[in-house]
Write a protein that binds this ligand. Structure first.
Ligand code: NAP
Ligand code: MG
Length: 399
């Protein structure tokens, strides 16, 4: 059988630890037998980032802008321990942070649902998709550890020299100060990315901030979303979906009681926290897909989980692991499907559908890794190791 051809290469960003091990197996067992895979390869493994002074991450982000679609493995964000473990030159920044800043996008995280894994929240019937603004706020902040009494101020100096000054706090003793920002441009593209996603997937869209307390910062998010929505209102009506704005605490209460089935647009920090809550309540971090969409139509597909360090250390000792590669597989299928759509290659998109179906069938057949076996109802028929799980998918993909 001839392999499926590709036109434009994908940007392939390799990563670290257990996910790096799984990456090779996913390619060898599930992709290379069927697809004449074209990629521009970037090694974002910890060692190579250090060797290149992190230039490789910047190069990968640039390639992503040039070629449009990338697929990324999980990578270590170094802390003190990692600096010692890998004898790094310094504590390099998070590669995800670098790529998000370069693409100024919105991250959409969607759980992968299977009937034999029931969500922890009994009322959830449909996926909850979290759309996370991936720019600014506390992720690009300036902070001061206030040593003692004094005045904390917020100062803005306009390009015309005009100064605006607000007192934050008169400190009587030690404390902390933080300055955060966002831009109209980024907030508007966040709004557009979410409205487009909701229309594309025919989903209601919910958005929330704390505008009653933050009367300028959060209120601006609310107002800019309202303004952007005017261009979408007719299309939303025609699609039978709605845009719903409320307060962040109200939305949390509603989400937990509802049945799901909406896009939940979240500010950067809300999205960081809530996407992990939603992922673990739907089952496992490994059952969550993640795509970064930039305002100019650039896509980065990744797994939402980390490098599964504990499993990797077991793997290195020759012990059996049971790591779930679903999120990595869905990162590849997401990227291949998008490439297929953009390049007019329906057979490539159809292959992505088939691979996803084979992966889901494996789990619904009762063959699963340990993380899912803990939650399965009815119980798993067969709890398999990391590599066996991929073999079980490969078998179903063949037939
Ligand atoms: P993690 O890799 O997500 O793993 C945390 C725990 O979640 C694992 O120990 C495992 O639980 C479970 N788990 C996660 N993915 C799994 C999978 N595919 N299959 C089965 N179980 C899975 O987070 P971490 O251990 O806190 O972080 C490890 C490294 O990942 C860190 O260096 C961090 O910087 C990096 N990280 C990268 C990304 C990214 O690149 N997107 C995101 C987050 C973290 P059990 O041990 O109970 O089996
Ligand atoms: Mg998080």
């Amino acid at each position: 059988m001839a392999k499926i051809a590709m036109k434009t290469p994908l940007v392939e960003m390799d990563g670290d630890e257990m996910t790096r091990v799984l990456w090779v197996w996913v390619k060898d067992k599930l992709l290379l037998p069927y697809v004449d895979l074209k990629t521009e390869y970037f090694d974002l493994g910890m060692k190579h980032r250090d060797d290149t002074d992190d230039q490789v991450t910047m190069d990968a982000a640039e390639a992503n802008k040039r070629l449009g679609v990338s697929v990324k493995c999980a990578t270590i964000t170094p802390n003190e321990e990692r600096v010692r473990e890998y004898t790094l030159k310094k504590q390099w920044k998070s590669p995800n942070g670098t790529i998000r800043a370069a693409l100024d996008g919105t991250v959409f995280r969607k759980p992968i649902l299977v009937p034999n894994i029931t969500p922890s929240v009994a009322s959830w019937k449909k996926p909850i998709i979290v759309g996370r603004h991936a720019y600014g706020d506390v992720y690009k902040n300036a902070e001061i550890r206030v040593p003692g009494p004094g005045k904390g101020e917020l100062v803005f100096t306009g390009a015309d020299g005009k100064v605006e000054r607000v007192v934050i706090q008169e400190f009587k003793g030690a404390g902390i100060l933080q300055g955060i920002h966002n831009t109209d441009k980024s907030i508007r593209s966040f709004a557009k990315a979410c409205f487009n996603y909701a229309l594309d997937q025919k989903l209601d869209m919910w958005f929330a901030t704390k505008d009653t307390i933050s009367k300028t910062y959060d209120q601006t998010f609310k107002l800019l979303f309202e303004d952007e929505f005017t261009a979408y209102a007719d299309r939303f009506k025609a699609a039978g979906i709605e845009y719903f704005y409320t307060l962040i605490d109200d939305v949390v209460a509603r989400i937990v009681k509802g049945e799901g089935g909406m896009l939940w647009a979240c500010k950067n920090y809300d999205g960081d926290v809530m996407s992990d809550m939603v992922a673990s309540a739907f089952g496992s971090l490994a059952m969550m897909t993640s795509v970064l969409v930039s305002p100019d139509g650039i896509f980065e597909y990744e797994a939402a989980h980390g490098t599964v360090q504990k499993h990797y250390y077991k793997h290195l000792k020759g012990e059996k692991t049971s790591s779930n590669s679903m999120a990595l597989i869905f990162a590849w299928t997401g990227a291949l499907r998008k490439r297929g759509e953009l390049d007019g290659l329906p057979e490539l998109a159809a292959f992505a559908d088939r691979l996803e179906a084979a992966s889901l069938k494996t789990i619904t057949d009762g063959v699963m890794t340990g993380d899912l076996a803990r939650l399965a109802n009815p119980p798993a028929r067969q709890v398999v190791g990391s590599e066996e799980f991929l073999d079980a998918i490969a078998e179903r993909l063949r037939s």
